[in-house]
Design a protein around this ligand. Structure first.
Ligand SMILES: *Cc1c(COP(=O)(O)O)cnc(C)c1O
Length: 362
C-alpha cells in the first residue's frame, strides 16, 4: 500500500511517529493501566506531562520567563474576542493589520468591543498579484492599545517575513505558522495559535503572553476563564483543560526536538515550499497570485490556467493518495498546506504528480 500524504489546511496532518506512539499508549498511559484521557488533570502524572510540554515549547521557541505560556480552549477565534475584551479599553484604539480572511475576522471581532484602526496591507497589481505594502505607507494610530497582525494568512497563502514595527504592544496570530520558523520573542507581547495546524489536534489554543501585559489588561466583567493572568497563575487549569490535545501536543513537541527543533523545521519549510513554487512558476499552466517576497511557506493556493481541469486534478490527486488539496471555498482552485508534519517526500510526491498532470493535460 503506498502512503497517503495529507495536505489539509486544518485540522491537519500529525507526525506519523506521534500517532503511532499515541496508539501504543492509548489504553495504558504511563503504566497507569488507563488512558491519559481518563485521569484527573490535577494528578501528579498529568501535572508532570503538562509541565514538560510547557518546558519543551519554551525550549523550542526560546521563550523566556518574562512570558507566560497558556494552554487554553476556544480556538484562535476566542482569542479574536478575548484580546480586545481585556486590552481595548479607556477609549484607546487598536491597530489591525489586514491582509486576508483571518486578520479581517480578528479586526471585525475587535471592533465589537472597542475602537479599531483597520490597516489594509495588501496591494494588488494590474496582473492580480498581491503583495504586502511597506509599513511606512500605513495610516498608523499614534498611541495604539496594541497592534495585531496575522503572521501567515492561511487562506491567501501570504506571510510576513518581517515583523511589523509598532510603538505599542505587538500581538500575532500564528495559528498556521507557529513552530515552522524561528522567532525573535523580544518583538512580541502576545502570540496565539489554534493547535490544529502545526501543534496537535483541534480543541486547544496556545497563548504566549508577556507578563508585563497583564498590567494593561482589565478583566472585570469578563468570564473568569478569559482572565489571562488568572490562567497563568493556575497553570491554565482554572477549569479542566483539553487534556488529550495537550498530551498529543506534548508528543509533537518531543518529536520536534528529536527532528532538530524549529531551525530544522524552518529549513524543511523552505525546501518543501520552494519545490512547489518552482513547479508552479516554471510556466503558466499553474499560477499562484502572491508576490514572491510575501509567499507563505505553509499554505500555497494555486490555480490551473485552464480552470475546467481543476476537478480532474483533484480527483486524480486523490487517486494518487495526495489528499486535502481542494482550495478554500472562498477562493476555489487548489491549496497545499505544508505544515511541519508533512514530510519532504510528500512535497516531492505532489510536485511529481503536478508535472505528470501537466504533461498529460498541457
Ligand atoms: C485556522 C485559523 C484561525 C481559526 O482558528 P479556530 O481555532 O478555528 O478559531 C485563525 N487564524 C488563522 C491564521 C488560522 O489559520
Amino acid at each position: 500500500m503506498s502512503k497517503t500524504y495529507n495536505f489539509c489546511a486544518g485540522p491537519a496532518a500529525l507526525p506519523e511517529p506521534v500517532m503511532l506512539r499515541a496508539q501504543q499508549e492509548l489504553l495504558d498511559w504511563n503504566g497507569l493501566g488507563v488512558s491519559v484521557m481518563e485521569i484527573s488533570h490535577r494528578s501528579k502524572d498529568y501535572q508532570e506531562l503538562a509541565n514538560k510540554a510547557e518546558k519543551d515549547l519554551r525550549n523550542l521557541l526560546d521563550i523566556g520567563d518574562e512570558f507566560a505560556v497558556l494552554f487554553l480552549q476556544g480556538g484562535a477565534s476566542l482569542q479574536f474576542a478575548s484580546i480586545p475584551m481585556s486590552l481595548l479599553h479607556s477609549g484607546r484604539e487598536a491597530e489591525y493589520v489586514e491582509n486576508g480572511v483571518w486578520s479581517k475576522k480578528a479586526a471585525e471581532e475587535a471592533a465589537r468591543f472597542g475602537k479599531v484602526n483597520m490597516i489594509n496591507a495588501v496591494n494588488i497589481d494590474e496582473n492580480g498579484i498581491r503583495s504586502l505594502t511597506d509599513s511606512q505607507s500605513w495610516n498608523r494610530t499614534e498611541n495604539p492599545a496594541y497592534t495585531h497582525f496575522t503572521s501567515n494568512e492561511t487562506i491567501e497563502g501570504m506571510r510576513f517575513s518581517q515583523v511589523p514595527q509598532t510603538n505599542g504592544p505587538l500581538i500575532a496570530d500564528m495559528s498556521s505558522c507557529i513552530l515552522s520558523e524561528r522567532l525573535d520573542m523580544k518583538a512580541f507581547d502576545l502570540i496565539y495559535a489554534g493547535a490544529q495546524k502545526n501543534i496537535g489536534p483541534a480543541g486547544m489554543t496556545i497563548v504566549i503572553v508577556k507578563r508585563e501585559l497583564f498590567e494593561q489588561m482589565k478583566f472585570d466583567g469578563l468570564p473568569k476563564v478569559f482572565n489571562y493572568e488568572a490562567q497563568a497563575k493556575n497553570g491554565s487549569m482554572l477549569n479542566t483543560p483539553p487534556t488529550f490535545a495537550w498530551y498529543l501536543a506534548s508528543l509533537v513537541f518531543d518529536w520536534l526536538q528529536e527532528q532538530g527543533g524549529v531551525m530544522r523545521m524552518e529549513e524543511l519549510a523552505k525546501q518543501k515550499s520552494q519545490l512547489v513554487y518552482d513547479c508552479i512558476d516554471e510556466d503558466d499552466f499553474f499560477t499562484n497570485p502572491i508576490a514572491v517576497k510575501d509567499r507563505s511557506m505553509m499554505n500555497i493556493p494555486f490555480f490551473l490556467k485552464n480552470e475546467s481541469l481543476s476537478e480532474k486534478f483533484l480527483i486524480q490527486a486523490q487517486e494518487a493518495k495526495l489528499m486535502g488539496l481542494k482550495g478554500h471555498r472562498s477562493l476555489g482552485g487548489m491549496r497545499v498546506s505544508l505544515y511541519n508534519s508533512v514530510p519532504l517526500e510528500g512535497a516531492q510526491a505532489l510536485v511529481k504528480f503536478m508535472r505528470e498532470f501537466k504533461t498529460l493535460n498541457g
